[in-house]
Ligand binder design. Structure first.
Ligand code: FAD
Ligand code: NAD
Length: 460
């Protein structure tokens, strides 16, 4: 029976980072993954393919609208198979990259479904038959799956999930998206740009629930201008395929009929067939595996990280936890700063945030000051002809410590890195305002917002 010091179950961003870090720290580590391609939801069907489609569709749309400055182009024509081939190539490069890193770091790979049968034993069932692995520790990194919605009958074709929406073989004439969250808006934007009539149905009064209210409101206005039909306060009660079309029923209105329906109302932890019952482990009311501050479950030899435990379902959060979990195992020390984990929505403009929203600060009765600055007053944004949006910095009213940063605008997802680092180092808005920012850059929007929070902006 093969013996290892650590067996990681799942090779998503949490699991593969943990496996590589464990190998770097000198452990004999194995990773069990049921899919042929490594990289998990994120690399195979999530972050990477969706961003390949978002980036390319933005350029295709600009070409179709003849929006390139200083050049007139003829009639642009969409080549959907070429776009999908590009996405598949990007996914392959990334997933094969993880296979290379496993080899380089001597991480043993097992292809198959991993099941825990004892605190120190994992059984792998795969194409090569059944194998039993003995191990000192087990790290569960099995990620998440689409949350079912009552009344929605998925046929994984006409009525499907993001797995289908990153690979529609033809542009649907109309697409109904159930859920105005991150997936709904990102993939809704892709198909809207490629020519679909997209209707987003959101249960809450605003899209992007949980985001800063002012930012979510601005986003809704911009997306509507882009042609997305967004209906808020709409509770979907049923969806099903009938006669080659998707039918969506909701409270208080006539059913919608569409070529495709995308269910995007959240994801839930994935513990299917994992064997938790064999070691006496149970999940909480939301299906998550409870862990302590060192990512250790109630069974001392078993640990868990990523989407399968509490916290935001984000690839970089899973990565941080994977890294820290093996550090705790080997060195006794690790660190994840949950206060400075950024969140990005890759629409156009992008939306990015880190730290507390205004709503959260008000609810916690923390007194704060606020500084905002619009992209329309930034030289680089004007040069790029991309001036929608603003940045907003929230700082403590007395100490000036930065409590939250929220951006909607071009490259917000890259700009937020500076704010996350500033928050990790407990910077004040004065610190950020006094730091030199290259001119002319989009980052100057953050400097000016910091100036506005601390004292007064210069350029507005
Ligand atoms: P996962 O990536 O889900 O990996 C878990 C792995 O475990 C999978 O490969 C699975 O096959 C394997 N597995 C499960 N059970 C077993 C078993 N019993 N035996 C063997 N293998 C098993 N996050 C971002 O931060 N940025 C984004 O831009 C972003 N975009 C997204 C877009 C979409 C469409 C989706 C669906 C998600 C997106 N996410 C994004 C979320 C991100 O994908 C997840 O937060 C992240 O993948 C979680 O990592 P993980 O390692 O916990 O789990
Ligand atoms: P989400 O939680 O972001 O949004 C789901 C939305 O569906 C919510 O706004 C909710 O109010 C709405 N909803 C729920 N029930 C409804 C109903 N019956 N009718 C209408 N609307 C309803 O979930 P998601 O968009 O499916 O994304 C899942 C996870 O994947 C998220 O947790 C996110 O963190 C992650 N993800 C991240 C990124 C990124 O970081 N850019 C991209 C995609 C996905």
């Amino acid at each position: 029976m093969p013996k290892h010091q650590l067996v990681v179950i799942g090779a998503g961003p949490g699991g593969y980072v943990a496996a590589i870090k464990a190998a770097q720290l000198g452990l004999d580590v194995a990773c069990v993954e049921k899919e042929q391609a490594l990289g998990g939801t994120c690399l195979r069907v999530g972050c990477i393919p969706s961003k390949a489609l978002l980036d390319a569709s933005e350029k295709i749309h600009a070409a179709e609208l003849n929006q390139f400055i200083g050049v007139k182009i003829g009639q642009a024509e969409l080549d959907l198979p070429a776009l999908m081939a590009h996405k598949d190539k990007v996914v392959r490069a990334n997933t094969e990259g993880i296979a290379y890193l496993f080899k380089k770091n001597k991480v043993t790979r097992y292809l198959g479904h991993g099941k825990i049968v004892a605190p120190n034993k994992v059984v792998v069932e795969g194409p090569e038959g059944v194998q039993e692995l003995e191990t000192e520790r087990i790290l569960i990194a099995t990620g998440s799956k689409v949350a079912p919605l009552k009344g929605v009958e998925l046929d994984y074709d006409i009525v499907g999930t993001s797995d289908q929406a990153i690979a529609y073989p033809k542009v649907p004439e109309n697409l109904v998206v159930i859920g105005g969250g991150v997936i709904g808006l990102e993939l809704g934007s892709v198909w809207n740009r490629l020519g679909s009539r997209v209707t987003v149905l959101e249960y809450l009064p605003t899209i992007l629930g949980g985001m800063d209210g002012e930012i979510a409101k601005a986003a809704e206005k911009i997306f509507k201008k882009q042609g997305l039909e967004i209906r808020t306060g709409v509770r979907v009660t049923a969806a099903f395929a009938r006669d080659g079309k998707g039918v969506v029923e909701y409270e208080g209105g006539e059913p919608l009929v569409a070529d495709r329906v995308l269910l995007a109302t959240g994801r839930v932890p994935n513990t299917d067939g994992l064997g938790l019952e064999n070691v006496g482990l149970s999940t909480d009311e939301r299906g998550r595996i409870p862990v302590n501050a060192h990512y250790q479950t109630a069974v001392p030899s078993i640990f868990a990280i990523g989407d399968v435990i509490a916290g935001p379902m984000l690839a970089h959060k899973a990565e941080e936890e994977g890294y820290a979990a093996v550090e705790y195992m080997v060195t006794g020390y690790g660190h994840v700063d949950y206060n400075s984990i950024p969140n990005v929505v890759y629409t156009h403009p992008e939306i990015a945030s880190v730290g507390k929203t205004e709503e959260e600060l008000k609810a916690a009765e923390i007194s704060y000051k606020k500084g905002s600055f619009p992209f329309s007053a930034n030289g680089r944004a004007r040069a790029m002809n991309d001036t929608d949006g603003f940045a907003k910095i929230l700082a403590h009213a007395e100490t000036d410590r930065i409590l939250g940063v929220h951006i909607i605008g071009p490259r917000a997802g890259d700009l937020i890195a500076e704010a996350a680092v500033a928050m990790a180092f407990h910077a004040s808005s004065e610190d950020l305002a006094r730091a030199s920012h290259a001119h002319p850059t989009l980052a100057e929007v953050l400097k000016e917002a910091a100036l506005a929070a601390w004292d007064k902006p210069i350029h507005i």
